[in-house]
Design a protein around this ligand. Sequence first.
Ligand code: CMP
Length: 141
Amino acid sequence: MERTLSLIKPDAVRKNAIGAIISMLEAGGLKVVGAKLVRLSRAQAEGFYAVHRERPFFSSLCEFMSSGPIVAMVLEGEGAIAKNREIMGVTDSKKAAPGTIRARFGTSIEQNAVHGSDAPETARTEIAYFFAPYELFGLGW
Ligand code: CMP
């Protein structure tokens, strides 16, 4: 069993696509074991994306990510990290395969509807950025 952080970004929340996106994740076999609607401050967005701080798109990305509410979720399942990335599609919405979340709801490389952790270590840090242990519910609840 593996866990990964999933974010529904402000563009997708504005499109009223929360339910459709969660349905696609659940249909792919992932279980929502933590969820909240939050609006990040600019500083919180900068903290979350700190690894990208030297990139030319960093400022615009943080502006976008703090522009409205997002849904933060923890997804659980076998190979959840890879599975989530498969259901999301590649980063650039325009290159994402048909049927993926980003092809359906993203519009560009930045406004790409969702975020998903890329490795076990990042998943741990990213989950801890949004959730306390008592906000997560695994098997047996
Ligand atoms: P995400 O998977 O959340 O990880 C980093 C984010 O930065 C990415 O999705 C995009 O929203 C954004 N991003 C990545 N590459 C670029 C780029 N070349 N130009 C603009 N935004 C980008």
